[in-house]
Design a protein around this ligand. Structure first.
Ligand code: HEC
Length: 722
């Protein structure tokens, strides 16, 4: 109650007066982070040097009109600045945004940094103090976060422990903080995707589709207050309870069994694209949980809205249309991959389309207005599960010879997808999509317990198949034979003809996203630690930078401030050299070196002698990556981020001796190192050790080479001084 209405009135308007006064005094000063709908819509022509949203602007084409760095000048590209914004227990996946000379970027633990985009100097930092125990819910290794949204003076981040937070873009002070979890008997979850802000609202889904009891939904919050505007569920709940909205009634008819007991999956963990032309939000929906439909939804049908693209009206939160890329998902084929909005000539007419290359191996061109499927051609030869998409029915035709329920087997694409979330770049003039993908097979089989008893038990982690490979699965794999060869590619794909203008093989199976520019360049951070620029005409490499960390699953963007064009990417940290996750920004004539002296500081201890066979090392490599890498890091030179656990290359001789006790005996279980008694044999552990020793020897060699580089740099400096 306010008994002094006049004072109340004054107080109510005080901020307005203050703002007016400030505005008059500092008329030249700009409001920080003042991204509005019209500004984003006009940005491609009016401010091509900005990067205002996750996908650059609402269309999320990630194609830059900047030309200062081009095929003629590329040789002059060099490091301009770096900013270490993380340590090595996280993965750097965010896309930096650049608004009015300020870079807004997040690290793996959802900490937001505002940096001077020309120097990397920190302006402010906001730490949401994420509950680190949420690492247990992460499907795919360490903490990660794909970035922030900037809108009307605020910066928004979805946190690894499931909150959505708004902070003041000028000061970094918190404005509001909401828990996006709903207490409905559903498990807690991580958020790893970037929020999107448009039409006065902020939109966010959640991740952890593989952990515990999961039922996907997207929530729209008022950007100003954090109040819920609407919530759209992606999987129906218990049908004995009232449906939250009419679309759930429709969806429930496509499910079987008691799916709600498992949750069903369908999280929107990455792609949410706003379309101002139809005032709609396209939601990219994730896979089913558990993966096998026989367990999840026995006797069911398509299991809506798993693995679908759903168009929702942003005013009402009601559905406009949906298109399901993998009806009745059975393989973890998410449709949560990035989407670009474009215009395409089709049948003599210009059509407004949404473009997506989801995990399942087909590239979809869908009319944005009504969801009509225009094209669905394979972007890879590595598709075992289906023969083609039937354009009459608009549905994939599953391959009757590839049925893992009756015959456990290697199937492509793997659960990691032929193309995952790594950003793509769409040239709307040429009608070409630049992206990286890989052909990798996963061994698919039903859960052992389910096969034996017909019952399925939900686990907090590893809800689906493919994890915790026990004796049962090992035997199946042995019977099935070796894993098919894997190979990654980068290319320029025409989704209408289904052909590649060019396509090249990549060295590493896991790489980062891309950005193409009007300067004829395609920038690509690779899993090997090389950051490459290719010619968009033929894909030939024109420039390369060797980084001391890796770029697995990182993204890249470009911007222009103060007359200089920059290209920025994020590098995963490298525990072995005590280097954390770092933003790298390049410009023409940039001549900064990453301080190499740091690189030689971490020393590899004395290593065990012994020769290991190539096959043994390669077996160890496979098991290590299946069982150990999610905590210990995907070793490589330079090291792929080592996460919540020590880098095994740095083990002492006595730890080598203890390894069997630690891994099989579970002697450090109370310190977070799980026991692998049922999962790994002594022979297999020896193979892992062979792999680790081999990797440690390579690291040692790498460090010795760098030691020489440091010494010769020091000599040169001494000469210069003399
Ligand atoms: C869930 C996370 C996790 C997984 C998966 C995991 N580890 Fe660990 N591991 C840890 C943690 C945490 C430690 C550190 C424990 C401590 O404080 O001693 C550790 C420590 C170790 C150590 C001791 C290292 C040293 O230098 O002291 C060895 C050896 C090891 N793990 C081997 C393995 C192997 C081999 C695998 C795969 C078969 C594996 N771990 C999988 C979490 C994990």
């Amino acid at each position: 109650m306010n008994s002094y209405p006049k004072i109340g009135l004054f107080l109510k308007f005080a901020p307005l007066f203050l703002a007016l006064i400030c505005k008059t005094i500092w008329a030249a000063d700009i409001l920080q982070g003042n991204v509005t709908d019209s500004r984003v819509i006009n940005s491609p022509s009016e401010e091509p040097g900005s990067w205002l949203t996750y996908g650059q602007n609402f269309k999320e084409q990630r194609f830059s009109e900047l030309t200062q760095i081009n095929t003629d000048t590329i040789a002059r590209l060099g490091l301009a600045w770096t900013a270490q914004i993380g340590d090595y227990n996280m993965r750097m996946q965010g896309t930096p945004l650049v608004v009015d000379g300020v870079m807004y970027v997040s690290n793996g633990w959802s900490v937001i940094y505002a940096l001077d985009a020309t120097t990397g100097e920190e302006i402010w930092k906001y730490d949401p103090e994420v509950d680190r125990s949420y690492i247990r819910l992460a499907c795919c290794g360490p903490a990660h976060n794909r970035g922030v949204a900037v809108y009307e003076g605020k910066v928004f981040v979805g946190t690894f422990d499931g909150r959505l937070i708004a902070v003041n873009a000028e000061t970094g002070e918190e404005v509001w903080d909401v828990d996006t979890w709903i207490p409905e008997g559903l498990g807690r979850f991580n958020i790893t995707g970037a929020p999107r802000a448009a039409a006065g609202k902020v939109y966010i889904g959640q991740g952890s589709g593989e952990s515990g009891h999961r039922r996907g939904y997207v929530t729209a919050y008022d950007a100003d207050t954090g109040e819920v505007s609407w919530r759209f569920f992606l999987v129906p709940g218990d049908p004995s309870q009232p449906f939250e909205h009419p679309e759930m009634e429709l969806a429930a008819q496509t499910w079987g069994g008691e799916w709600w007991k498992y949750g069903g999956g369908g999280t929107a963990w990455n792609s949410l694209v706003y379309d101002e032309e139809f005032n709609s939000l396209y939601i990219g929906v994730g896979n089913g949980a558990p993966w096998p439909r026989e367990i999840r939804s026995p006797g069911g049908g398509d299991d809506l809205f798993l693995s679908a693209i759903v168009s929702v009206d942003v005013e009402t939160g009601r559905m406009n249309w949906y298109y399901q890329t993998t009806p009745g998902d059975n393989w973890d084929y998410s449709s949560a991959m990035d989407m670009a909005l474009g215009e395409i000539e089709f049948g003599g007419e210009m059509r407004k389309v949404v473009l997506q290359a989801p995990k399942n191996g087909f590239f979809y061109v869908i009319d944005r207005e009504d969801g009509e499927l225009l094209r669905a051609l394979p972007y890879t030869e590595g598709i075992d599960w289906a023969t083609h998409v039937d354009m009459e029915t608009g549905r994939p035709v599953e391959n009757p010879d590839v049925v893992y329920e009756s015959e456990p087997q290697w199937i492509m694409p793997a659960n990691s997808g032929a193309h995952n979330w790594e950003p793509q770049s769409w040239d709307n003039e040429l009608g070409l999509m630049y992206f990286y993908y890989h052909d990798i097979a996963n061994f698919y089989s039903l859960d052992e317990g389910f096969v034996e008893t017909g019952e399925y038990e939900i686990r907090e982690r590893g809800l689906s198949l493919g994890w915790g490979e026990g004796e049962y699965r090992r035997r199946l794999i042995e019977e099935a034979g070796p894993r098919p060869e894997s190979q990654a590619y980068i290319g320029a794909f025409d989704p209408i003809t289904g052909g590649y203008k060019w396509r090249h093989e990549l060295e590493s199976d896991y790489n980062g996203g891309v950005v193409a520019t009007r300067g004829g360049l395609l920038f690509h951070p690779e899993g090997t630690g090389e950051f490459s620029a290719r010619d968009t005409d033929d894909g030939e490499i024109l420039w390369r930078y060797n980084a001391p960390g890796t770029f697995r699953s990182t993204s890249v963007m470009t911007y222009q401030v103060g007359g200089d064009q920059y290209v920025a990417t994020m590098m995963n940290g490298n525990r072995a050299i005590d280097l954390g996750g770092t933003v790298l920004a390049f410009k023409l004539d940039g001549n900064l070196d990453l301080p190499i002296s740091d690189i030689v500081q971490a020393t590899v201890p004395e290593l065990p002698d012994g020769d290991f066979g190539v096959d043994q090392i390669s077996e160890g490599d496979d098991i290590y990556h299946a069982q150990c890498a999610s905590c210990h890091g995907g070793i490589g030179i330079p090291n792929e981020v080592a996460i919540v656990a020590p880098d095994l290359r740095l083990m002492t001789l006595s730890t080598h001796d203890e390894m069997s006790d630690i891994v099989i005996g579970g002697s450090r279980a109370d310190r977070g190192m799980p026991e692998f008694r049922d999962a790994i044999t002594s022979d297999q552990l020896e193979s892992i050790r062979a792999f680790v020793v081999e990797q440690a020897r390579r690291l040692k060699e790498f460090q010795e080479q760098n030691q020489e580089a440091v010494e010769s740099a020091a000599n040169e400096e001494a000469l210069n001084r003399a």
